[in-house]
Design a binder for this molecule. Sequence first.
Ligand SMILES: [Zn+2]
Length: 451
Amino acid sequence: MQVTSKRPNNALTHKNALCPTPEQVDYFKRACEAARRVWNWALNEGNRQYAAGGRPNAMALKKQFNAIKYTDPQWLDENGRPWLQDIHRDAHAQPFRNLAKAWGRFFADLKEGKKAHKPRFKKKGRCRDSFYVANDKFTLNGKTIRLPRIGEVAMTEELRFAGKILGATVSRTADRWFVAIQVEVPDAQFYRRRTSHGVNGVDLGIKAVATISSGEVIEAPKPLKAALRRLKIRSRRLSRKLEAAKKAAGFERRARLPKGTRLPVSNNRRKSAAALARLHARIANIRADFTHKLTTRLCRENQALVIEDLNVKGMLENEKLARAISDVGFGMLRSQLEYKARRYGTHLITADRWYPSSRLCSICGWKNEALTLTDRKWVCAQCGAHHDRDLNAALNLKRLATETALPVASPTSNGGAASGTIPAVVGKVTPVRYDDTSGQEENSAHLCALS
Ligand SMILES: [Zn+2]
């Protein structure tokens, strides 16, 4: 196993639902638990090394762990047996590799002076349950996958992609199990053909999820709103049952429980929690479906797309906006746009964090310093144009993809650092040519769309 091996560029992932037997589910749960506990063990050791002034080395930790995993009392079951022996080793080896990556990111961010986050402990019931299987440890045969230790598990679909299989991750969402298989596909399958070659700016917001400079306004899916309402109801139901359990155990209703306290779990509370988890999964599915369809369409129809630097926008403007952004899954939207833009040969441009896309008049370039977040419409004081806030912003973003980007008339109001250094805004933008050939390779192979 090489820590330095990079994920190849043409990698696609097919996440497939599994139909495991109860025995297989039991194994999955134990393998996830092994992965979680090994992660926590390694993180704890790594933190200790870091506190002592060292830099944690995940691979050295793995060696250290291998020496104790079948003998140390904390890794033995109640009969004194090393329970990790029952779990395939990939499940307890991969956490070291993941941890190496997480520490790597942490130190890279530190070095760049960014806000760095140390890897965190995985709390039971709060973390994503998953474990890894290396590519030489499983085989696929139509709609079944043969996994180490448990044999054949039924999948709901055949693998969509033909190519070199890189690995698989088994994970749980609510009460369902999935396997995500990574495949490196040939170029002819990876690159997709665009249907048109537009150039558009996309303004992302709270009121409409996306406003495209073509004038199209994309709203969040209706089922999402209904499900979010239901989410409130179900969360309230569960928290009432939790409060009741606290009261029965002699605690105040809203008291924080001392660490390690285990309240008895009633059947009704278990059912309620399961219903809530299923709803969360459903909401995640609705969001994923929506963003996949939107991002596929945007990349398929455009040779150049301009979006804003969202993280910063959320942080800068206000908390409510940041929450709305995370509600619609804009992080997901952004990362999907990134990989799909590569597949469709679409030029994805991210506007600089200081680019005042909402404030500039998209016609004459006058900057509306007085614009507030609640102004949905405004009138340009210089040329008298009437603007819809979101469409105007989308039009300004679109300009960044062409040679007609507006000069910024005055320094931005965000911090004095920007005064006089505005060309950096435009410097980030690569002008694109309008061409009909689009630079894409002919691709006759039809693939299941990711949406
Ligand atoms: Zn104007």
